[in-house]
Design a protein around this ligand. Sequence first.
Ligand code: ASP
Length: 439
Amino acid sequence: MKKVVKFGGSSLADTHQFEKVGAIVRAETSRRFVVPSAPGKRSKDDTKVTDMLYACYALAEQGKDFKEELDRIRDRYQQIVDGLGLKLSLEPEFAKIEENFRARAGKDYAASRGEYLNAILMSNYLGFAFVDAAEVVLFGEDGEFDAQKTNEVLAERLKNMPNAVIPGFYGSNPDGSIRTFSRGGSDITGSIVAKAVKADVYENWTDVSGFMIADPRIIPDPEKIDMITYRELRELSYMGASVLHEEAIFPVRSEGIPINIRNTNQPDDEGTWIVESTCQRSQFVITGIAGKKGFCSVNIEKDKMNSEIGFGRRVLQAFEDNGISFEHVPSGIDTMTVFVHQDAFVNKEQKVVSALHRLADPDMIDIEADLALIAVVGRGMKSTRGTAARIFAALAHKNINIRMIDQGSSELNIIIGVHNEDFEEAIRAIYNMFVLVQL
Ligand code: ASP
């Protein structure tokens, strides 16, 4: 059994958290490859080391004195070194960082030092080898992550190593400069490492015991999801679930490696399993509910649109030409509605409207703002009658007007559009209908 274990920032925020992580890794010899984030927040009002690094580097870039800010970062690490009683001096590392900041090594370099230093601490603490991600996580000339080359280099490097600590979040460009993934990117590194070593499981340790059926800010103390498929998670994550970086599933998914989300503060909890496929039914027909506010619908009408070949393509081209991606496109016989993110759309709306007239010559265009989309997702829907009816009954009962309905052809999800102000109430109504009634 071989596991890759990734620990998020809150799991490594201070000495006490490091000790918990140490106990988790030592509890199973299969936990051989460790991917740490940078130290996160110790309390609600604290600052993540990554954010401190960005701020510190911004001062350096403006030619301002950044010593105080860097000292604060140094302190965070020193407290952990002292607390764990490590025989380790970070002075040479900090001297190098200061020098590189002065030489304007770049924002990505600056941010990456958070995980770099934490991995050095972790490898010292666990007695595991340190492998710098800059040598094994590689980006191409185009700035995109080079999955194939990385996999070859990383697999070769880790092949004969009994264990190792590999910092998350960053890699290097072909010229050797540092490049980071987007925020939260250590989740991606963990997945890349799991693929390279052909792990049996990718454990992702964080500060919650897995995914909840609905957002706990809307539903207090929601039920947990025990098992979810990659496809279900995709349907939920693009709507805003935030436990795992959206892109983290791709490397392991292609290898059929399950991800287990675990809680560092409650290591005995089973967490959530993310798997390719399962015969295990979800407890409540639906696996999860997620959603987001802030969409616009662009309703385009044209008589006999249904028989005009290429109409849909021309409509979408108007959005593409303006660099706007769409979320959903429900259609009727003479209408087509395009749902877009309001933020991305507002400044370009008139350009899109004129492009639509130029390209598709519609009879009418009508724009509506402040809509929310809610995805109700579940592999169990396909084989259960009445799921849609229950959703709509729940919303009708709460007097919520449904603006749009879209059921994916996979029958894995039903997307509902409501007004922004009905968003929370709608999620509560659906949760009550499927989960509360069954408890
Ligand atoms: N430390 C980075 C961030 O705060 C990356 C990560 O934690 O995954 O975004």
